[in-house]
Design a binder for this molecule. Structure first.
Ligand code: GLN
Length: 599
C-alpha cells in the first residue's frame, strides 16, 4: 500500500478536499486502485450531531456512517463507496483507546497520547486503507489521506505526530506528502507572495513532516520566478511545485494537475513511475468542458433553512448539477429561505416576503431538501402547495417528502391541522409520526441510517421508470419520522400514490402524484449516490421535467424528422426531440444509399 497525505497550510477553506479527490482521480486515471481516508481532528465521534451550518452537510454512507462532506467528494470523484471508518475523528480514536483501557488491554500501563493515541491512529489508518471500496476484491494500491484543519492547530498535533511516525514506518517510496498552501496576490502591485507558504512549510518541518509536493492555491498561474523562490525556500524541486489556480468548475482540477505533471511527481515519490500508464480521463474531460459551455438555464428554487452556506446542501447541489449537465442545461439555483414565504414575514419584513415569492414563482422546478426542527416548516408547506397547484415539477427529499404529505392531507383531505409529530406532538391528524427504531434522547447515530431497500409497488410509475424499471433500489436514509401507515389508505384514496415501500410494506419510501407532471417525494436521500455522468434518477427526472424533456427521458416521445438533405447519392435525415438533445446520442442520423438504410 502506498500513501498520499494531503495537509493544508496558511488558511482553511483552500479546497484541500477537492485537491485530495483530484489527486485520487488522476492516480485512478493512471490505472491505480484508490481509496481514501479523511481525518477530522474535532472531538465529535462523527458528524452526526453537528448542524450542517458548522462544517457543511452531514454526508451519509451505505453503512449508515454520518461523516464529513469531503467523503462525498471522494465518492463522487472516484466512484467508490466508503465506510464510516474512512472518517477518523479525535473522538473516535480516544473512544477506542479508552475502551481498551477499561478492558484492561494496556496491562496496568499509564495510557498516553504518545504512544497509545499515536499508535491507535496508525493502526486505524492501516486497517481502513485495506478495506476494498471500488467493488473489487483486495486492498487498493494507493490510499489518499486528507488531514483536516490547518498545520499548527492544537487539536491536530497527535495526528501530525502519528503521521510522522507512520511515514517513517512505511518508508520512503511508500509515502508522499502533498501540502496545499496559499499564494496570495496583493492587489496594489499584483505580486504573488510566497511568504505564507514559506512559513507554513517551516511549521510543517518543525513538526517532523517534510513535503514532497506543494500545491499552491492562487488566482492565476504562478510565475516561474515565484515557483523558483518557493522551491528554493521550501526545499522542494521546482517541478514538484504545482499551481492550483482558479478554474471555472472543479472538474478541471484533475486536469490542472495532469497539465502540470503532478501525477508524475507523485508517482516518482511513490516509486511507481514506469509501472503505470499515462492518465486516461475519458468522459471526464468532455463533461468539464461541456459544463462551461452550457448557457440555457434551468432555475431550481431550493426552499430550505438557507443561511448563506451552500455547503450545507452540497450533495443536493451536486446531484442537481449532474442532472442539469445530462440535460444540457446551465443550473441556476435560487435560494428561497423557507421562513420568508410565511404570512408572518409579509407583516414583519415585506421585502423579504416579496423576494422569496418572486424567486419561487420564477423557478422551473421546486426542491425541498431534508431538514430537522420546525423553523421554516410552514414556508416549505406553502412551497409544496404552490408547486402542486401550479403543476411545477417538485422533488421533496426526506423532510421534503413529509412536507408534501402534510400539505396534501391539509389541502386535499381537508385535515386543517394535519402535521408531523416532530413539529406538533399533539396534532389530531398525525400524518407523519416518530419511528419505532429512532431515539429521542440520544442524537448521534440513532436514526434510521444508511442503505435500505425500496420496492416499487408496480412498475407503472415515473420513479420506477426513472430507475430503469428495476423492481427494487437501494438508497441512503437518515430520518426519525415516517409517514403514518394508518393514514396511507386515506391519502391514497384521495389520489396520492405511494409508489415505493420498504420490505415490510408499511414504511413509505416514495410518493407521486399521478395527475401532476412531476411531483415526487422520497423518504431517502438520493443525492448521496449521484455521480458526475451518472445522475441520480429522481434528480434527473426533476430537471428533465423542468426543461420539458421528461417524455423523452421516459421514452414516451419519438424523435421527429428535423431535416433531410441529399447529396452524392446519399440522403442524410437528421432527427431531433422537441426540447433538444438530452443525452449525447439523443439525436441521430440516418443515411440511405444503394446498400440500404444506416442509422
Ligand atoms: N426531520 C425528519 C425526520 O427525522 C426528516 C429528516 C431529514 O430530512 N433527513 O424524519
Amino acid at each position: 500500500m502506498k500513501y498520499v497525505l494531503v495537509t493544508g497550510g496558511v488558511v482553511s477553506g483552500l479546497g484541500k478536499g477537492v485537491t485530495a479527490s483530484s489527486i485520487g482521480l488522476i492516480l485512478q486515471a493512471c490505472g491505480l486502485r484508490v481509496t481514501s481516508i479523511k481525518i477530522d481532528p474535532y472531538l465529535n465521534t462523527d458528524a452526526g450531531t453537528m448542524s450542517p451550518f458548522e462544517h457543511g452537510e452531514v454526508f451519509v454512507l451505505d453503512d449508515g456512517g454520518e461523516v464529513d462532506l469531503d467523503l462525498g467528494n471522494y465518492e463522487r470523484f472516484l466512484d467508490i463507496k466508503l465506510t464510516r471508518d474512512n472518517n477518523i475523528t479525535t473522538g473516535k480514536i480516544y473512544q477506542s483507546v479508552i475502551d481498551k483501557e477499561r478492558r484492561g488491554d494496556y496491562l496496568g500501563k499509564t495510557v498516553q497520547v504518545v504512544p497509545h493515541i499515536t499508535d491507535a491512529i496508525q493502526e486505524w489508518i492501516e486497517r481502513v486503507a485495506a478495506i476494498p471500496v471500488d467493488g473489487k476484491d483486495g486492498p487498493a494500491d494507493v490510499c489518499v489521506i486528507e488531514l483536516g484543519g490547518t498545520i499548527g492547530d492544537i487539536e491536530s498535533m497527535p495526528f501530525i505526530e502519528a503521521l510522522g511516525q507512520f511515514s517513517y514506518r512505511v518508508g520512503a517510496g511508500n509515502f508522499c506528502l502533498v501540502h496545499v498552501s496559499l499564494v496570495p496576490v496583493l492587489n496594489v502591485v499584483g505580486e504573488q507572495k510566497t511568504k505564507p507558504t514559506q512559513h507554513s512549510v517551516r511549521g510543517l518541518r518543525s513538526l517532523g513532516l517534510t513535503p514532497n509536493i506543494l500545491a499552491c492555491r492562487s488566482t492565476k498561474k504562478l510565475a516561474e520566478d515565484v515557483k523558483d523562490k518557493i522551491s528554493r525556500f521550501c526545499h522542494v524541486p521546482v517541478e514538484n511545485v504545482i499551481t492550483l489556480y482558479d478554474v471555472s468548475n472543479i472538474w478541471h482540477v484533475p486536469l490542472l494537475l495532469r497539465d502540470q505533471k503532478a501525477h508524475e511527481a507523485i508517482l516518482r515519490v511513490l516509486n511507481l513511475k514506469g509501472v503505470v500508464k499515462e492518465p486516461v480521463f475519458g468522459e471526464w474531460i468532455r463533461r468539464a468542458e461541456l459544463c462551461d459551455k452550457l448557457h440555457d438555464p434551468v432555475r431550481v428554487a431550493m426552499v430550505g433553512k438557507y443561511t448563506g452556506l451552500s455547503d450545507s446542501y452540497l450533495s443536493v447541489l451536486k446531484a442537481l448539477l449532474h442532472a442539469s449537465v445530462a440535460c444540457h442545461r446551465k443550473l441556476c439555483v435560487d435560494w428561497v429561505p423557507a421562513g420568508d414565504l410565511e404570512d408572518i414575514t409579509a407583516e414583519e419584513n415585506p421585502d423579504n416576503y416579496e423576494r422569496a415569492w418572486k424567486l419561487l414563482k420564477g423557478a422551473d422546478a421546486v426542491l425541498v431538501p431534508g431538514g430537522f426542527g420546525d423553523r421554516g416548516v410552514e414556508g416549505k408547506i406553502l412551497a409544496a402547495k404552490y408547486a402542486r397547484r401550479n403543476r411545477i415539477p417538485y422533488l421533496g427529499i426526506c423532510l421534503g417528502m413529509q412536507i408534501a404529505v402534510i400539505e396534501f392531507a391539509r389541502s386535499v383531505l381537508g385535515l386543517k391541522d394535519a402535521n408531523s409529530t416532530e413539529f406538533d406532538p399533539n396534532t389530531p391528524n398525525p400524518c407523519v409520526i416518530f419511528m419505532p427504531e429512532g431515539s429521542k434522547t440520544h442524537m448521534g447515530g440513532t436514526m434510521r441510517l444508511g442503505s435500505r431497500r425500496t420496492y416499487f409497488q408496480d412498475l407503472d410509475c415515473i420513479s420506477a421508470k426513472l430507475y430503469g424499471n428495476k423492481k427494487s433500489i437501494d438508497e441512503r436514509h437518515r430520518h426519525r419520522y415516517e409517514v403514518n401507515p394508518e393514514m396511507v389508505e386515506q391519502l391514497e384514496d384521495a389520489g396520492l400514490r405511494f409508489t415505493g415501500k420498504d420490505e415490510s410494506g408499511s414504511r413509505m419510501e416514495i410518493i407521486e402524484l399521478p395527475t401532476h407532471p412531476y411531483f415526487v417525494g422520497a423518504q431517502f436521500h438520493p443525492e448521496f449516490k449521484s455521480r458526475p455522468g451518472k445522475p441520480s434518477a429522481l434528480f434527473l427526472g426533476l430537471i428533465a421535467a423542468a426543461c420539458g424533456q421528461l417524455d423523452v427521458l421516459l421514452k414516451k416521445e419519438v424523435p421527429k424528422v428535423h431535416s433531410i438533405n441529399s447529396s452524392n447519392g446519399k440522403t442524410l435525415i437528421k432527427h431531433k426531440f422537441t426540447n433538444g438533445p438530452i443525452l449525447a446520442n439523443a439525436s441521430f442520423e440516418v443515411y440511405c444509399n444503394g446498400n440500404g438504410i444506416h442509422v
